[in-house]
Design a protein around this ligand. Sequence first.
Ligand SMILES: C[S@@+](CC[C@H](N)C(=O)[O-])C[C@H]1O[C@@H](n2cnc3c(N)ncnc32)[C@H](O)[C@@H]1O
Length: 354
Amino acid sequence: MNKIIDIFKKQESIPLDKFINMVLYDKKFGYYMKKNPFGTEGDFITSPLISNLFGEMIAVWCVAYWEYLGKPKKIIIVELGPGEGSLCNNLLKTFKKFKAFYNCLEINLLEISGKLKKIQNNKIKNSKVKWINSINNINYGPIIFFGNEFFDSLPIKQIYKKGNLLFEKHVALSNNKENLKFLYKKISKKLIQYNDIINLSSSKNMIEYPIEAIEYLKIISKKIHKFNGCLLAFDYGYILDKNQNTLQSVMKHRYKNIFSQVGNSDITSLVNFALFNKILRKNNLNVKKIVTQREFLQKMGILERANILSQKMTFKSKANMYYRIKRLLDSREMGDLFKVLFAQKKDGKFSLGF
Ligand SMILES: C[S@@+](CC[C@H](N)C(=O)[O-])C[C@H]1O[C@@H](n2cnc3c(N)ncnc32)[C@H](O)[C@@H]1O
């Protein structure tokens, strides 16, 4: 926190997105750069760590998509933000059962954190996997862009409208110079792309503007148009076109005040899926439907698969497996809050899981 307060002594205020970027991803003191936040001992847990069946369902989906494309000789899976690497390992385990697919496979991992890259590197020992620094440089395909809780970890802006004027949320030093506070600064309309779809009005007078996610969606769309492929994204978020402040901070599995543990807690926001849908459509992609994680996993047959596996399990392992599946599917846990978005080319007809 002291390092951050020092930074504010040099500048009056920082836009919210720059602040999030700094506290999460600064090379020296960023949250994701210095610790492994995952699991019961960490700050939060994600679906791949709850059950291996999550990865198995996604692997089967990828194989089916490759078959739908006519079994191309090469297929690239780009995992966006692979965390501590478990999902990639789970995918590989299932992919190996589909020999023809496995022979055509290449996996690219995009990870910003050097600390997490090391953890991934120690865990994933497979020559089909390589790390990339940018998705801009991928120059062949088809490509399946995949991310679990990637977009919710990207910095956002918050824009407010008052009368005809726009204001942006900034972070500044509090009056006693020991803590932080929010303040609002007037901005020009030009700062916002996609003004037509964002459409701030007097009734919808604030929006979370996912400035980095928008750049990713644009590059991903370009790559899909050029090399064919798709985007499959799992994230917590909402589908209804509402305007809300969803910024949150989590540490040791509990919500915190945004400024109480700066640098030691995760800061995220919910994904506005309605906005993502509109942006992808503007970029000429087809978003068939956005479904809940429960719908997707059930349509992929997670319960049937669990029933098969359970036949050879002890009572204790069976109970453990179903308890974990319940966490993924139950509406009071991750089942409804998490949504799945699938985007493909306009003429794409693939619909498994949706
Ligand atoms: C919330 S974690 C999700 C991790 C993992 N997918 C899972 O489900 O357990 C977000 C991941 O995205 C990575 N990340 C965030 N911003 C990134 C960026 N701009 N480029 C690459 N990786 C990024 C983080 O370091 C982290 O690995």
